[in-house]
Design a protein around this ligand. Structure first.
Ligand code: 13P
Length: 228
């Protein structure tokens, strides 16, 4: 059983969510499928698919215009939330400290955070991938509770580029060895129908985090079906 997470980012609408859910319902899979949709699409029956969010506030409640609290996500039926996605880190200045607070508050409310980490191309080219990953990991993970780690090299997101299998195994083994206790580790970044099976089979990989290819059932379902 692998964990296969679709991240719709700021895409989709209610009709597209409904047709994705009915397409997912029509297949048989042993994998845990989680669909992380924009906030307004969260409500409603997931018909067997876990519906997740893409962010959560690091505050319980209060004067934080535009933010959504963990309790609100719980009320909407959410069990998983992505925190620290590189797009949040880049466009919303989220630091490791904020990511850690978000992960902690999610866990407190019974939501499993999917904590994203990954190096930039500049960091990779400078040979800093492993040190960057270790530091991001140690500063972003909460003290207690269960969480999922997603290794998403920033340069691999939406670029069509992926690390070599050796690079992925080195990175995820580092994550595995650095974590205080074993937690599932996902890979994300330019996953498609042709690379999903091989990447999901790499040692220490417990699943995939998929952006663009999760938007349409024609691309998402073949990926789910291709993973052992
Ligand atoms: P792509 O699969 O579109 O590269 O996006 C990956 C991602 O950012 C998932 O969170």
């Amino acid at each position: 059983m692998k964990i296969i997470v679709g991240n719709w980012k700021m895409n989709g609408n209610l009709g597209e969510k409904e047709s994705m859910l009915s397409a997912l319902q029509s297949i048989k899979t042993n994998h845990k499928v989680i669909l992380c949709v924009p906030f307004p699409l969260i409500y409603g029956d997931g018909f067997g698919t876990n519906i997740g969010a893409q962010d959560v506030s690091n505050h319980e409640n209060g004067a934080f215009t535009g933010d959504v609290s963990a309790q609100m996500l719980v009320d909407a039926g959410v069990k998983y939330v992505i925190v620290g996605h590189s797009e949040r880190r880049l466009y919303h200045n989220e630091t490791n400290e904020i990511v850690r607070e978000k992960a902690t508050i999610a866990i407190k409310h019974g939501i499993t955070p999917i904590i994203c980490i990954g190096e930039t191309m500049e960091e990779k080219n400078a040979g800093h991938t492993i040190s960057v990953i270790k530091q991001m990991l140690m500063e972003s993970i909460p003290d207690n509770g269960e969480y999922i780690i997603a290794y998403e090299p920033r340069w691999a997101i939406g670029s069509g580029l992926t690390p070599t299998n050796n690079e992925i195994v080195t990175a995820v083994k580092t994550i595995f060895d650095t974590l205080p206790q074993p937690m599932p580790i996902l890979y994300g970044g330019s996953i498609n129908q042709s690379n999903a099976h091989d990447i999901a089979s790499i040692p220490y990989i417990d699943g995939l985090l998929i952006g663009g290819a999760s938007l349409k059932s024609e691309t998402f379902i073949p990926i789910i079906n291709s993973v052992d």
